[in-house]
Design a protein around this ligand. Structure first.
Ligand code: 6PG
Length: 472
C-alpha cells in the first residue's frame, strides 16, 4: 500500500491550498475531511505531478501515512481542534506528530501538548499567515514546540514557505506554544496597522477630499517607496474595485462595521496579563468593537453634528505628512507587538528568537513590509533589544517622521476626525521617551487613600505618609 509523507485534516480553502503547496514541492500528502464533497474535490483540483489522495475515513487516512506520521490540522480554532484530537489520537502510534496550523489560543496548545505528550505523541502549534493565496503560493510559517519534531518538518516547511532573498520565511519560534503566541501577536500588529491605514484613508478622504482614483494614486506611490507592504498594496487595489450591483466603487458600498475572530483581543488580554503596554493594538481591537455600534453612531451623529472639515492648505504636503505619520505609527505598532514577544518569551520561557521572527515576517504574511528589513538589521546588531525604538538607526527614522505624526494627529483632533490609532501611537511614544512621568502623583494619591505606599527618588525603601487633608 502506498504511504504518504504527510496528512492534512481539514480541506477548507486554507487546508486544501496548503496541501497543494506541499504536494507542489514534491511531498506526497493525503487529505481528510468530514465533508465528502471536499475529499472528492481534492484530487480533481490537483495537477498531474502531485501525489495527492483524498480519504473519507479517518482510520484509512491514518493507516495511509508513513511513520512517524506527520499530520497537519487546518480546522477552526477551539472545539473543532479538540474534536479532531479526540478521534485521531487513539489511532496514532508512539512518536507521531500532530501539527495544529490554525489560529489556536496558546494556552489550548499547552494543554494539548501535555495531553498528547502523556500518550507519547508530539503536538505542535504552528502559525501560518498569508491568507488563502499565501497558503497556496508561500506563506510565512511560525512553528514552535518540540525541537525533534520540528527538525523532521523543517525541510518541508522551508520548501513551502515564502522566500525573501532566497531565504525561507519560516523558522523555529521557540518552546511550547511559542508558534501560536508569535502568530497571535502577528495578528495584533495586523489589527493595529489596519486601523492606522483606515484612519489615514479617512483623513485623506474627508480632510484632503480625495476621491477613490486619487486615493489609489496615493497608495500606489506609497507602496512604491519605503512604505511598501502587503497591506498598503491591497489597500491600493481596493480603491479601484468596482461594484457588481451598482457601477460605483465597491469600497463606498461596504457597511462600516468590522468583524473579528479573536486573535487581536487575545493579544490585548495577554499584554494586560503580563504587563506590557501595547495601546495601539488595544485601540485597534476596541475600534472594531465601537464600529459595531452603527445605530447608536447614527443617532449620536445627529445629536452632535460636525462642522465641515477645513481642507488643508497644501494638499501635497498634507498627503506627505499623513504618509509619514502612518509609517511612523506603523513602526510604533510593530515596536509594541515585538516588546510583548520579548516579555512573553521571559514569562513563559519560550526563548523566542526575535531576529528570526522579524526575518520570517518579511515575506508571505499579512504584515510583511520593507520596514521589517530595518528591524532585522537592528536585531542582528542586538538580538536582546528590549524595544525596537531603542535602536539608533530606528531612532533616526523616528526623529525624521515624528513632526508629521504630531501634525496629522493634531489635524484629526481639531477637525473631529477620529484618529485613535495615530494618537495612541504618538501618546505611547511620548510616554515611552519621557524620563519623569507624572505618575509620582498617582503614587501619592494611592498612598493617600489606600496606604499603598510609594518609592522615592532619593533613597531606597518603601514609604507611607499620613497625608494631611487641608480644609479650607
Ligand atoms: C493571516 C491572517 C489570518 C486571518 C485573521 C483575520 O495572518 O493570514 O491574520 O489569520 O485572516 O485571523 O482575523 P480577524 O477575522 O480577527 O480580523
Amino acid at each position: 500500500m502506498e504511504r504518504y509523507n504527510y496528512g492534512m485534516v481539514g480541506l477548507g480553502v486554507m487546508g486544501r491550498n496548503l496541501l497543494y503547496n506541499i504536494a507542489d514541492n514534491g511531498f506526497s500528502i493525503a487529505g481528510f475531511d468530514l465533508d465528502e464533497e471536499k475529499v472528492k474535490e481534492l484530487e480533481e483540483g490537483a495537477t498531474s505531478t502531485m501525489k495527492v489522495k483524498g480519504i473519507g475515513s479517518l482510520e484509512d487516512f491514518v493507516a495511509a501515512l508513513e511513520s512517524p506520521r506527520k499530520i497537519i490540522l487546518m480546522v477552526p480554532a477551539g472545539k473543532p481542534v479538540d474534536a479532531v484530537l479526540e478521534n485521531i489520537t487513539p489511532l496514532l502510534s508512539k512518536g507521531d506528530i500532530v501539527i495544529d496550523a490554525g489560529n489556536s489560543y496558546f494556552e489550548d496548545t499547552n494543554r494539548r501538548v501535555a495531553d498528547l505528550g502523556s500518550k507519547n505523541l508530539h503536538f505542535m502549534g504552528m502559525g501560518v499567515s498569508g491568507g488563502e493565496k499565501g497558503a497556496r503560493t508561500g506563506p510565512s510559517i511560525m512553528p514552535g514546540g518540540d525541537l525533534e519534531a520540528f527538525n523532521l518538518l523543517q525541510p518541508m516547511l522551508e520548501a513551502i514557505a515564502a522566500k525573501v532573498d532566497n531565504e525561507a520565511c519560516t523558522a523555529y519560534m521557540g518552546k511550547g506554544s511559542a508558534g501560536n503566541y508569535v502568530k497571535m501577536v502577528h495578528n495584533g500588529i495586523e489589527y493595529a496597522i489596519m486601523q492606522l491605514i483606515s484612519e489615514a484613508y479617512d483623513l485623506l478622504k474627508r480632510g484632503a477630499k480625495l476621491n477613490n482614483d486619487q486615493l489609489y494614486e496615493v497608495f500606489r506611490e506609497w507602496n512604491n517607496g519605503e512604505m511598501n507592504s502587503f497591506l498598503i498594496e491591497i489597500t491600493r487595489d481596493i480603491f479601484q474595485q468596482k461594484d457588481t450591483f451598482t457601477d460605483q466603487y465597491l469600497i463606498d458600498q461596504i457597511l462600516d462595521k468590522a468583524g473579528a475572530k479573536g486573535t487581536g483581543k487575545w493579544t490585548s488580554e495577554q499584554a494586560m496579563e503580563i504587563g506590557v503596554s501595547i495601546p495601539t493594538i488595544d485601540i485597534a481591537v476596541t475600534s472594531r468593537i465601537l464600529s459595531a455600534y452603527k445605530e447608536e453612531r447614527v443617532q449620536a451623529s445627529q445629536l452632535y453634528p460636525k462642522a465641515e472639515i477645513a481642507t488643508p492648505e497644501n494638499t501635497d504636503q498634507f498627503i506627505k505628512e499623513v504618509g509619514d505619520a502612518l509609517y511612523l505609527a506603523t513602526l510604533i505598532s510593530y515596536a509594541q507587538g515585538l516588546a510583548l514577544l520579548v516579555k512573553a518569551s521571559e514569562e513563559y520561557k519560550f526563548e523566542i528568537p526575535l531576529k528570526d521572527v522579524v526575518k520570517i515576517w518579511r515575506g508571505g504574511c499579512i504584515i510583511r513590509s520593507v520596514l521589517l528589513e530595518k528591524f532585522y538589521t537592528a536585531y542582528t546588531k542586538d538580538p536582546n533589544l528590549s524595544n525596537i525604538l531603542l535602536d539608533a538607526d530606528i531612532a533616526a527614522i523616528v526623529k525624521e517622521k515624528i513632526g508629521s505624526l504630531r501634525k496629522t494627529a493634531a489635524f484629526a483632533v481639531s477637525s473631529g476626525v477620529s484618529g485613535l490609532g495615530l494618537q495612541t501611537a504618538l501618546g505611547y511614544f511620548d510616554a515611552y521617551t519621557t524620563e519623569y512621568l507624572p505618575i509620582n502623583l498617582i503614587q501619592a494619591q494611592r498612598d493617600y487613600f489606600g496606604a499603598h505606599t510609594y518609592q522615592r527618588l532619593d533613597r531606597e525603601g518603601v514609604f507611607h505618609t499620613s497625608w494631611q487633608s487641608v480644609n479650607q
